[in-house]
Ligand binder design. Structure first.
Ligand SMILES: Nc1ncnc2c1ncn2[C@@H]1O[C@H](COP(=O)(O)OP(=O)(O)OP(=O)(O)O)[C@@H](O)[C@H]1O
Ligand SMILES: [Mg+2]
Length: 229
């Protein structure tokens, strides 16, 4: 599928070790993978298996101890800190376990806020924020503050915020951890829809097999290594 397109991210034989004082922990061990546009990949594995570390390598939040990460063909080790930060700000959208919205801003203001960091004009950021909220079935909630929204709705606002800068890559680390199954499942459905419609690459970390099954492809990790099945 889509083999003719160059991958957004290519991870090649990557290892990430931490020297925690009491000995070296290898969190990611010789992992290779590709993420392509328009495909949502789920990453599942037990606690401590290396999911968040691998997500951080993919999103240029951490540098590998060994191996290569290429983002749209550019080797991330060729970039300095400033260039890596710029790449994250303009090409990567991030969603975490909790939405961490600004409590005194409305949903639309929370989403539009990140446009300012990227130099987007206020009016353009605002209209794109409203369009994304509508796509995420929150059009009627755009003027509500986070405290007036359910957990699932807050996570959908966080997805809209992550999509504002039209990222090439959407990363989500257990975005449904604090949601019940039905709301969690709806959030993932909307993540998948965003990835498909905006043709970005997507990687979502989850513990939940049923949530993983909503992705286009599932990667399993155990003790830092990708395993089959
Ligand atoms: N900064 C760090 N320093 C030392 N060890 C770390 C660091 N970050 C992660 N680790 C270790 O690396 C391993 C993988 O951690 P990681 O956070 O990637 O796991 P995870 O699969 O995301 O787990 P969880 O499902 O609990 O979030 C763990 O053994 C963890 O203790
Ligand atoms: Mg984790």
């Amino acid at each position: 599928m889509m083999a003719e397109e160059r991958a957004v991210v290519e991870v090649e034989a990557c290892t990430k070790s931490f020297d925690a004082g009491a000995g070296v922990v290898t969190a990611v061990d010789d992992v290779s993978l590709e993420l392509v546009r328009g495909e949502l990949v789920a990453l599942v594995g037990p606690s401590g298996s290396g999911k968040s570390t691998l997500l951080s390598l993919v999103g240029a939040l951490l540098a590998p101890t060994a191996g290569t990460v290429r983002f749209e063909g550019t080797d991330l080790t060729d970039l300095d800190d400033r260039q890596r930060t710029a790449l994250r700000a303009t090409r990567v959208g991030l969603v975490f376990q909790t939405a961490a919205l600004v409590p005194f801003l409305t949903a639309a203001e929370n989403v539009a806020l990140v446009g300012g960091f990227a130099g987007m004009a206020t009016g353009a950021a605002r209209s794109r924020a409203e369009q994304l909220l509508t796509e995420l079935e929150l059009g009627a909630r755009k003027d509500h503050r986070p405290g007036q929204l359910s957990g699932g709705e807050q996570q959908r606002v966080a997805i809209a915020r992550a999509m504002l800068n039209e990222p090439r890559l959407l990363l989500a680390d257990e975005p449904t951890a604090h949601l019940d199954r039905q709301r969690g499942s709806q959030v993932i459905e909307l993540v998948a829809q965003a990835v498909h419609e905006h043709r970005c690459a997507g990687l979502v970390v989850t513990h939940d097999e049923r949530i993983a099954s909503q992705a286009d492809r599932i990667l399993r990790i155990e003790d830092g290594r990708l395993v089959d099945g």
